[in-house]
Design a protein around this ligand. Structure first.
Ligand SMILES: [Ca+2]
Ligand SMILES: [Ca+2]
Length: 179
């Protein structure tokens, strides 16, 4: 009886340990399987603005740009992603979602902080490999300074409210320069 009493807690302890280790082991195997089967197949997009490297958040905010929207299209498939225009960690680049291998067209636009599209879409081609990422670059036009939501000349008036964005007839022209 005394032996049984001693053995029972030991058995329970062992079972308890196994109960803790098993889910860990299952999780580890699952993670290994995921990394083996789900190898990345996507693009890594880097962007410049008007041919200039983006090396700080100010390079983006001075043109009212908060984020970069990328819509990848292939046949009837479409996969969108939004990346911060600049971050200290990622810089001015973003890694897309997993895509089927083959040729994709990436439509790229600049977004304001409110999500408004500031630029026309620029399309670049990306040949997604069977495994890994393909590096793609795109040069985006800076938004017109009279339509970027920024007080570019620091006089307190923004875009349509700035006299430099109004033509001789007194009509707001978003293609003018706020300066
Ligand atoms: Ca402006
Ligand atoms: Ca102004």
């Amino acid at each position: 009886m005394r032996t049984l009493n001693l053995l029972l807690p030991l058995a329970l302890r062992q079972r308890g340990v196994r109960g803790t280790l098993m889910p860990l082991a299952v999780a580890l195997v699952s993670a290994l399987a995921a990394s083996a089967c789900g190898s990345t197949k996507t693009y890594e997009l880097s962007w410049t603005l008007d041919g200039q490297a983006v090396t700080s958040a100010k390079d983006c905010s001075s043109s009212g740009i908060d984020a970069i929207e990328v819509t990848a299209r292939k046949d009837s498939d479409s996969e969108s992603a939004i990346f911060g225009c600049y971050s200290p960690v990622a810089g001015s680049r973003g890694v897309g979602p997993d895509l089927a291998s083959g040729p994709w067209a990436l439509g790229v636009r600049a977004l304001s902080a409110s999500g408004a599209r500031l630029t026309a879409e620029v399309v670049v081609q990306a040949l997604i490999p069977d495994e890994g990422t393909v590096a793609v670059t795109v040069d985006l036009p800076r938004p017109s300074s009279c339509a970027d939501g920024v007080d570019n000349d620091g006089d307190g008036a923004v875009d349509a409210f700035d006299s430099t964005c109004v033509d001789a007839q007194g009509v707001y022209d978003p293609q003018l320069s706020e300066r």
